[in-house]
Design a protein around this ligand. Sequence first.
Ligand SMILES: Cc1cc2nc3c(=O)[nH]c(=O)nc-3n(C[C@H](O)[C@H](O)[C@H](O)COP(=O)(O)OP(=O)(O)OC[C@H]3O[C@@H](n4cnc5c(N)ncnc54)[C@H](O)[C@@H]3O)c2cc1C
Ligand SMILES: NC(=O)c1ccc[n+]([C@@H]2O[C@H](COP(=O)([O-])OP(=O)(O)OC[C@H]3O[C@@H](n4cnc5c(N)ncnc54)[C@H](O)[C@@H]3O)[C@@H](O)[C@H]2O)c1
Length: 473
Amino acid sequence: MDNIKTDLLVIGAGSGGLSVAAGAAQMGADVTLLERHKMGGDCLNYGCVPSKALIQTAKVAHAMRHAAQYGVASVEPKVDYAAAMDHVHGVIANIAPHDSQERFEGLGVRVIREEGRFVNTDAVVETEKFRITARRVVLATGSRPFVPPIPGLDTVPYLTNETLWDLRELPAHLIVIGGGPIGMEMAQAHRRLGARVTVIEGQKALGKDDPEMSAIALDAIRGEGVEVIEGAQAARVAGSDGSITVETDDGRKIAGSHLLVAVGRKANTESLNLDAAGIGTTRTGIRVDKHLRTTNRKVYAIGDAAGGLQFTHVAGYHAGVVIRSTLFGLPAKAATSHIPWVTYTDPEVAHVGMTEAEAKKEWGANHEVARFDYEGNDRAQAERHTTGRVKVVVHNGKPVGASIVGHQAGEHISLWAFAISSGSKMKDVTGMVAPYPTYGELNKRAAGAYFSPKLFESEAVKRVVGLVQRWLP
Ligand SMILES: Cc1cc2nc3c(=O)[nH]c(=O)nc-3n(C[C@H](O)[C@H](O)[C@H](O)COP(=O)(O)OP(=O)(O)OC[C@H]3O[C@@H](n4cnc5c(N)ncnc54)[C@H](O)[C@@H]3O)c2cc1C
Ligand SMILES: NC(=O)c1ccc[n+]([C@@H]2O[C@H](COP(=O)([O-])OP(=O)(O)OC[C@H]3O[C@@H](n4cnc5c(N)ncnc54)[C@H](O)[C@@H]3O)[C@@H](O)[C@H]2O)c1
């Protein structure tokens, strides 16, 4: 076994690990990166990238069916599911060089394609061929699909986000267990590609979002023919290839051809031998403090493995935090109040900061809510994307949370993410001039809606205007 001494050992070459490795190597650190499977991790190979590529195919099919509203004859699209999956894999292949071993070696990172595990509390890590002693270790080992212990599930063929992309034929009737982002994105995409789809959700579909906003998306998704059963847990599964039945805890039986399990994630921690390094875990992942430091002072954990918000941009943000700590010794902290997320259904559902319910809990009545609907936006009218809403939660004149449901909601939430992270006030947003006609005007109009009652329904304002008008020459 060869010995390696390194400044920074990063375990896991997904969104988080790659960002740490690239940043640290380019700033002069000696960096070693371990990856036991595919470079790029979940997002590139099994998550964000394939799902968004398939959603685009589904959007094209949907647009063809609904072209008549724009004066172009609608047609029922001929979907070639295998070709759609080729498109998905083509997109992965186009992005892969950016995350590749070659690129990272070119940046000066020592890339080892092996699994790592701790051997002692001094944070020494061994692989099959190497014994690695590092000044600091960053655990970026990600997560995998959680497969719940539903009776019968282990006896039937089921899909997860790791295997879905290998399908070559469109499922006739896809049953999805779980109405979270994975479940709802894939349910709508498959419906648009021509499958019958039933989602079984134990509580509320899109339940992590403001219910007022997710209801708008769910109405649209149901309107396209996706059956979404809420408040019913999948309790039993039976069947065989092509014929699967899921029984819910309230006694319903749903029969379909394929089953997708999308009920959340499990952090990848088992293979790391964390006990040997004195690293504790929580119910959702590796235990970290606000600096993302584990219970071993030499070791940090980031991204999905850290068990908090599980998004690629969070893994990237965490990477910046641990680079500041490990390379510059700065007391950098990870916050969550400014982190946005988006579910890429159509309409998209986007959120950042506090929900109305959270603001009520924190401040009682001492908060305000402003809304503006897509119907009032001329660009949305021109493109017939009028289903949607912007909702902003305000405290002391500052936005503390925003949700957008609607066309390109994910693009437009960035303005509120910026406003919140920079501590901007609502008047900063109304002071901005947005080009006409853009969806971007929605945010300015929502900010305007916050001020309208103060301006247009105020007797004091009316008195001042009356006075000034009398004195103006
Ligand atoms: C279907 C789906 C769609 C998604 N869509 C989005 C989206 O649209 N937007 C978004 O922001 N997020 C999305 N996500 C979430 C996103 O994919 C994850 O949050 C992100 O990949 C987490 O990055 P990570 O670096 O923490 O982990 P990962 O990307 O999972 O990388 C971890 C890596 O560590 C390796 N590893 C594990 N253990 C070891 C070990 N002991 N030794 C060596 N290597 C090891 C693994 O092989 C893996 O490559 C989606 C997820 C799924 C499943
Ligand atoms: N657009 C995005 O950014 C995006 C897309 C996909 C995934 N992700 C990430 O991946 C994570 C995991 O996504 P997910 O959708 O698998 O998980 P999730 O935890 O967000 O949702 C899972 C859903 O399954 C339900 N559920 C659990 N057990 C059930 C049962 N037995 N029967 C019926 N319903 C059951 C839960 O109530 C929950 O609503 C997300 O939280 C997110 O962090 C992000």
